[in-house]
Design a protein around this ligand. Structure first.
Ligand code: VGL
Ligand code: ZN
Length: 213
């Protein structure tokens, strides 16, 4: 086991998409999605700074299978910017399912970054949209604030946490994914693919028990 990581200035906790629609009973429910909440609440007390992301789609968003004639959720389509997985309608702007899980308590949160709000581009990553060109502005914000290490948690490990962490590493942040503070849409293949990809991207996987104040 690696030695403990002491959380200090200027470390950042990045809390990805802990929203009702990704939790049991939601429109794109992830198995045990709500189990991340107590782990994240505990972690949040070690940090001085956090950013929350919120998936925030207009009705009829192109990532919704319902917006693509003849397509069903979890199929994929070719778009001008590449392959796009189709999902059930989820995290529609202003809907109850787009709200954060009611038990989430991250008092050190200083920014809520909404993403996926352009009808014709999805955004898994908190940094770069799925066209891989459009910036969300988060890189500039975090650099300007002087953060150096990022600890990513939330939903889903194999989708938005993965793309956010890899883009963070590419942007030059020392990046960790706290695995027990995440759950995957596909806990088998998706999780395995994420692990391989993290190794290549220079993202380190840690357990929450390894983090200390
Ligand atoms: C997510 C699928 C679609 C996520 C968002 O937050 O991981 N997954 N939109
Ligand atoms: Zn989405």
């Amino acid at each position: 086991m690696r030695s403990a990581i002491g959380i200090e200035e200027p470390d950042l906790l990045l809390v990805v998409d802990v929203q009702k629609d990704f939790c049991p009973g939601g429109r794109l429910e992830i198995k045990e999605g709500d189990a991340v909440v107590p782990v994240i609440n505990r972690l949040a007390r070690l940090f001085r700074h956090a950013v929350l992301t919120q998936d925030w789609h207009p009705a009829g968003h192109l990532s919704f299978a319902s917006a693509q004639p003849g397509k069903r959720p979890f199929e994929s389509i070719a778009l001008p910017y590449g392959e796009q997985t189709l999902w059930p309608d989820h995290c529609v702007q202003g809907s109850d399912g787009a709200e954060f899980h009611a038990g989430l308590s991250v008092l050190c949160s200083e920014l809520i970054l909404r993403k996926g709000f352009r009808r014709d581009v999805d955004s898994y990553s908190a940094f770069k949209e799925n066209d891989r060109k459009t910036s969300t502005g988060l890189r500039g914000y975090l650099k300007e604030r002087g953060f150096r290490r990022l600890f990513a948690v939330g939903l889903a490990l194999d989708v938005c946490v993965r793309f956010s962490a890899e883009d963070a590493a590419e942007a030059g942040f020392e990046t960790y994914v706290v695995v027990d503070a995440c759950r995957a849409v596909d806990p088998r293949a998706g999780l395995e693919a994420a692990k391989r990809s993290f190794a290549k991207a220079g993202v380190t996987m840690v357990e929450s028990a390894a983090l200390a104040s």
